[in-house]
Design a protein around this ligand. Structure first.
Ligand code: TXA
Ligand code: MG
Length: 334
């Protein structure tokens, strides 16, 4: 019989008791695992920042059991936000809205807005319903690292810094939620995800604005975000062979590609990624973790198609590569 991940009612009760006591509980969502704390407890929120080693000015996402709670946490909710909430919640969409006055500034990194989402993972919903309040939860990884998509990843990242991990198996989506904010009622995507720009435009019957410097800060937009420890470079299929010839002379290279390994390739490890964007996203962070542990001097990800349904994956690969960008440039002259 295949192994099934079950979270018992007793475990949910234990998780709720820990949250009420100001402790930290990691739980699965449909995107990635979150590191949860009681959103109304400032010292619990500070413990999240300490566990993640995350700078205090990077705001957290609040997880709610249902959209009715939106009004409690957001001050003004534009019509467009209600529409998106109705269509995409529960699900992988985060809305950034003006915050209610009572919201602890620890949550928002001192900003005037708050990020909110209703996840669809059944275990997350059981936890949120049993807890009865909002759970602040960033991805359950150390700051700047790959988000965890299994309970084992959470343990690898945080060890004893988390009081309980609810094991819901592998996350269905595998990359973080789409983040949308509003400017005069117009939607702006701050982070692409499984809910696409096209879906949002279709729902709102209006175009999405392009983010600017003055848009609210998203820590995931920093170059160092979502990065493996090994430096990573994105290379096109056409350039792959000559790139590998140069790089493998310096030491072992791991490759992530949607093709099978070509004959005679000099990669030390050739990892085949799925063909569909949904499957690719689901496995991306797990594959990168495995490649990160392979002892290679470089990870090379073959570029993915320049198509809207690949935008979120392209975004994560670009961010993962940004950290080692200068080094890669200097090393290869490209
Ligand atoms: O899928 C997800 O969103 C996962 C799961 C656990 O829900 N959570 C997640 O949280 O990715 P975190 O903290 O790793 O990333 C949240 C992002 C950060 O980049 C943060 O800067 C941004 O949301 N954010 C939070 N509050 C914001 C605000 N008021 N304005 C703009 N960005 C905000
Ligand atoms: Mg994160």
């Amino acid at each position: 019989m295949p192994y099934r991940h079950e979270v018992t009612d007793e475990q949910i009760e234990q998780a709720v008791a820990l949250l009420r006591a100001g402790r930290l509980v990691a739980f699965p969502t449909e995107t990635v695992y979150g590191l949860g704390a009681d959103a109304s407890n400032a010292s619990a929120i500070r413990a999240v920042f300490a566990a993640k080693q995350r700078p205090a000015d990077h705001p957290l996402i609040l997880h709610l059991a249902d959209m009715a709670a939106l009004k409690h946490w957001a001050n003004a909710v534009p019509r467009e936000a209600w529409l998106l909430a109705e269509v995409f919640w529960p699900g992988p969409l985060t809305l950034v809205l003006p915050r209610a006055l009572h919201v602890a500034s620890e949550l928002t990194g001192g900003q005037s807005t708050i990020a909110l989402r209703v996840p669809s993972n059944p275990i997350a919903l059981r936890l949120l319903n049993a807890f009865g309040g909002a759970v602040a939860a960033p991805s359950a990884n150390r700051f700047g690292r790959l988000s965890p998509t299994t309970a084992a990843h959470v343990h690898e990242e945080l060890g004893d810094a988390v009081d309980l991990i609810l094991d819901g198996g592998q996350c269905a989506i595998g990359i973080e939620s789409t983040i949308v904010s509003f400017r005069s009622g117009q939607a702006v995507i701050l982070r692409p995800g499984a809910v696409t720009a096209e879906q949002i435009e279709d729902t709102l019957h209006s175009e999405i604005a392009v983010p600017t410097q003055s848009s609210p800060r998203v820590s995931g937009t920093l170059a160092s975000h979502y990065a493996p420890r090994t430096r990573l470079k994105v290379v096109s299929e056409d350039d792959m062979e000559s790139f590998l010839r140069r790089e493998s002379a310096k030491g072992p290279v791991a490759v992530l590609s949607q093709r099978g390994r070509p004959h005679g390739t000099r990669a030390a490890l050739w990892q085949v990624a799925p063909q569909s964007p949904a499957e690719y996203a689901r496995h991306l962070y797990g594959l990168l973790r495995r490649m990160d542990d392979a002892g290679c001097q470089l990870i090379v990800a073959e570029s993915v198609p320049e198509l809207p349904q690949w935008a979120a994956i392209q975004d994560r690969l670009t961010r993962a590569s940004a950290a080692g960008f200068e080094v890669a440039n200097a090393a290869t002259g490209t």
